[in-house]
Design a protein around this ligand. Sequence first.
Ligand code: WTA
Length: 652
Amino acid sequence: MSGETGALSALLTEDRRFPPPEDFAANAVVSDPGIYERARSDREAYWEEWARELDWFEPWHTVLEWKPPFAKWFLGGKINVSHNCLDRHLNGPRRDKIALLWEGEPGDTRSYTYAELHLEVAKFANALKALGVGKGDRVTIYLPMIPEAAVAMLACARIGAIHSVVFGGFSPESLADRNNDARSKVLVTADGSWRRGGILALKANADVALERSPTVEHVVVVRRGGELSEKVDASMKPGRDHWYHDLMQDVSDECAPEHMDAEDILYILYTSGTTGKPKGVVHTTGGYLTQVYATTKAVFDLKDDDVYWCTADVGWVTGHSYIVYGPLANGAQVLMYEGAPDAPDRGRFWEICEKYGVTVFYTAPTAIRAFMRWGDSWPGRYDLSKLRLLGTVGEPINPEAWMWYHRTIGGERCPIVDTWWQTETGAIMITPLPGVVETKPGTATRPFPGVEATILDDAGEETDAGYLAITSPWPSMLRTVWGDDDRFRATYWSRWNGTYFPGDGAKRDQDGYFWILGRVDDVLNVAGHRIGTMEVESALVDHRAVAESAVVGKTHDIKGQAIAAFVTLKEGYEATDALMHEIRDHVGEKIGAIAKPEVVIFTADLPKTRSGKIMRRLLRDIAEGRAVGDTTTLADPAVVASLKAKYEHEES
Ligand code: WTA
């Protein structure tokens, strides 16, 4: 964490405080600060209370079995997630309430009431069954932000199939890797999607991936509809590929939800780690739903008349927990938007907020920084007075962006919930409760009641500046890495005994608030997306001209971090601009556009220790334009000086 000292001391002198507004607190879902003590005094009973707010076919007999690092929650309980998100709302006023309100990038709209969404899900569940999908089978979902993404997830949950959603921006190669690791039987995709006026041709990408996805027997293709589907002519392979609308023609709309064991797997979601191979994070059913339900209700203060909008993509965990499962389990009205925030112009998000009267809005700091840069006049054109609560997730929010969000979007009246969590944690872990906790710009404040966190050093001693640690199991925790218990142990549980290591640095202030400082491992956070440096390095050396590479993060005003790649070329290749672009594009093709390096620096050598280890710390110093640290262990100190000169030249 060298070099962050300046930013850090700025953070810790932050003394602006924002108590919950009185009228907000008076009506909040959680207004009693006693909840923290209640949770602490009997954590299991506390989580049971939340679990009881869900519908169970059979009750659990044991709340928690903890054999580190393996946890089981609500043992013996039988439950179905889609039943909880849909069926249980059908017997009351929510039946005809809008569950999902969708707007496409060109402005087309669709909506589903709870009753309608239930029908659609039951039908698609039957369609999947007809393709031979059963309990425990894996289904890859490679869809854009269209309602069918939620339908497909819920349909899997209904029949006990395990979904693996792959972000639509991932390359065919990434998709194939995920199909193969999960051994998926069915792939659900779409002809395409709009993105900033351009077309993302998902089926075409899927076709490339399918050439090397031997386990996939059937492909379901959703027609995005409108002008897009007129333009995109998806090729369909007879016998393998099926149109969604055809499958939905003659299936029954009755599909009894499977009675799932609380510990049956709900989904796998791949996320970057410190090796070149993404890991399949495994989430199960009962505990996961309990915590996403509880956090959605308490953190977003959800009421029946809210219009709730989370701007994440369903391809990331935020989309799973806070577009689909958490809000629908709460019977909320969920808004979903297909496209980019600057299409057709930079006011699009605020136009949507005004048009639908959005009351709760959840987005990422990288987006907030972009809005800030675009200027106050864009949100200024729209009526944002219905907003009552704002949230952020994905990376640390700098106090300046927090204050802008508070003033310009929140009109100084909306509490901000800065929520820290991860793909692995499944649900929000550190966050203010908006009706209870005083906030300060830049801190996620306190662990959610029932979550126990602290800060430890390498030796496992408590400290006020070190690594974030979660000290007891929580209901929505990952259960393992798909097919790789050893990696699960090594990645998360080997630093300290029985304590979870999230991979983030953190500080604690005099109020006991947590300030998350970012990753301490070789994982970058680029515009809120997790990218492993090793993944990018593997993609780089896969290019025929590249001999060796080292990837580091560099601070970026909007993205938080950007990717800087140092590359040595093989004999016979010349360092040209054209080659640089080719190499960048190669990474885009291998992983996806989000992983393309911002800068590629060609160098004759990389700085290495005498034992041959690349010294990334020095590369980070160079990429950040800092004074280069200690070079005494280097095999050839001259390498650094020449690299630094080169980098500065390229940057200027
Ligand atoms: C970072 C996204 C600071 C952190 C839900 C974590 C945050 C990683 C915050 C997980 C926050 C997420 N403040 N940092 N409020 N929220 N992070 O798996 O480094 O895509 O480890 O899950 O994002 O990213 P992931």
